[in-house]
Design a binder for this molecule. Structure first.
Ligand code: T4K
Length: 370
């Protein structure tokens, strides 16, 4: 066991996506206001303020707050006029596939690009059949997919195109913030994400009718006090979640600056057998994730070793959804996904991490290697 101490006297383990809490006093003032006004849920003032702030700041026509990104994806999928196959990457968090399956579609897993782990348009073309109804690319690790190629393919084959954008709130592609690509994008406000709302999600769309349908669907289908014209569910975001998300969102540029400093520090200090996954040209990331590929068979022993030192690195995304029980079939191989899922390691990030903690982690890694 190393005799090094964690800098800054951090008593808890170091996490991937340690939660951002940017202005505790403003958050607590908002909580006081919620308690005074006694408006806790059901499209309350803070939910509206959050939606408007994100829409205005990121130039997105319609933003609909929901209780988490998984249900946000389900609500969008539920608006599709017919069921069928949906092409998505296996290299994602399992929630993406669950949303597809739970809404009655057939997930068809595609391989990804080896450089960034993003849905590979060439593979997608090969998987399209008469049953395909949609493409569901995932913008992983603060990276944006090849929007132009995927948009072209979806238009040529009259397919819906929606993005799992859980990781890319505040990320720009060719200068445009994520939130206006395809028919809809869904962001996550989970505690470990770029903007921490404890839990929560945001659906972004340029389509006014879709936005109105989603607002109804998240509130049981109500259009007035007593009128329900369509099926809906309870996907509402509460005021306390909105207070947290809004308070953090007000500091989103500061969070990006912090994340970039951390990313740069890892870049300087990691050994050459760990290659950081970078960002595609035209992408300005939020740097929320620092992901490296480990060469050789070092990844799993390294994870075990770091966990032993309370550095809780993660294997996002292992083993690939196509190899998880509900989706696995022995004949299905996705070589790039499998290679990536066996070599990637997500390093601690977020507000608990600073340049000293990065040095501490990199020194531990150097000792492991040595
Ligand atoms: N699509 C993609 C591509 C996603 O990555 C996700 C979620 C979704 C869709 C769905 O979004 P949501 O429906 O959740 O809005 C976590 C999160 O629960 C999940 O939101 C996230 N992706 C996924 C990548 O990670 P776990 O089970 O791996 O998290 P857990 O509990 O191990 O936490 C990660 C680390 O963070 C731990 O070391 C502990 C630390 N932590 C966690 C929480 C919740 C804290 O320090 N404080 C906390 O409050 O799933």
């Amino acid at each position: 066991m190393s005799d090094k101490t964690v800098p800054g006297a951090i008593s808890r383990p170091l996490h991937v996506g340690s939660p951002n809490i940017l202005d505790r006093s403003i958050f607590l003032k908002r909580v006081e206001r919620i308690l005074d006004q006694k408006m806790f849920s059901n499209d309350g003032p803070l939910v509206r303020e959050l939606e408007t702030s994100v829409a205005e700041r990121l130039d997105i026509p319609h933003v609909i707050a929901v209780s988490n990104a998984t249900i946000g994806l389900e609500l969008v999928l539920e608006t599709f006029p017919k069921k069928g196959e949906i092409i998505l990457p296996s290299f994602t968090f399992v929630a993406t596939a669950h949303a597809v399956k739970r809404m009655g579609f057939t997930p068809v897993f595609s391989d990804v690009t080896s450089d960034f782990g993003l849905l590979d348009p060439e593979q997608v073309k090969r998987l399209i059949t008469p049953k395909t109804v949609a493409l569901l690319p995932v913008n992983v690790y603060g990276n944006i997919c090849d929007i132009d190629a995927l948009t072209r393919i979806s238009c040529e084959h009259s397919l819906k195109l929606i993005f799992d954008s859980a990781h890319v709130l505040g990320v720009r592609h060719k200068g445009i913030y994520a939130g206006t690509f395809g028919q809809a994008e869904v962001f996550s406000l989970h505690a470990t994400k770029f903007i921490n709302g404890f839990e929560g999600g945001l659906i972004a769309t340029t389509d006014e009718d879709l936005a109105a349908a989603l607002r109804r669907a998240r509130n049981f289908g109500f259009v007035g006090y007593d009128q329900v014209n369509s099926i809906g569910t309870n996907a509402k975001l509460s005021e306390i979640h909105a207070a947290m998300a809004l308070t953090n969102f007000e500091h989103f540029e500061e969070i990006i600056r912090h994340n970039k400093r951390i990313h740069d520090a890892y870049k300087r200090r990691l050994p050459s057998w760990m290659q950081l996954i970078g960002f595609p040209v035209h992408t300005e990331s939020n740097f929320q994730y620092v992901v490296a590929r480990c060469s050789g068979l070092k990844r799993d022993p390294l994870v075990k070793y770091l966990h032993g030192h309370r550095v809780l690195v993660r294997r996002y995304f292992y083993p690939g959804v196509h190899r998880m029980a509900p989706y696995s079939d022995d004949h299905h191989h996705l070589p790039v996904t499998e290679e990536l899922s066996e070599s990637v390691i997500c390093l601690p990030t977020g507000q608990d991490i600073n340049e000293d903690t990065v040095s501490y982690i990199c020194d531990l890694i150097a000792e492991f290697d040595g």
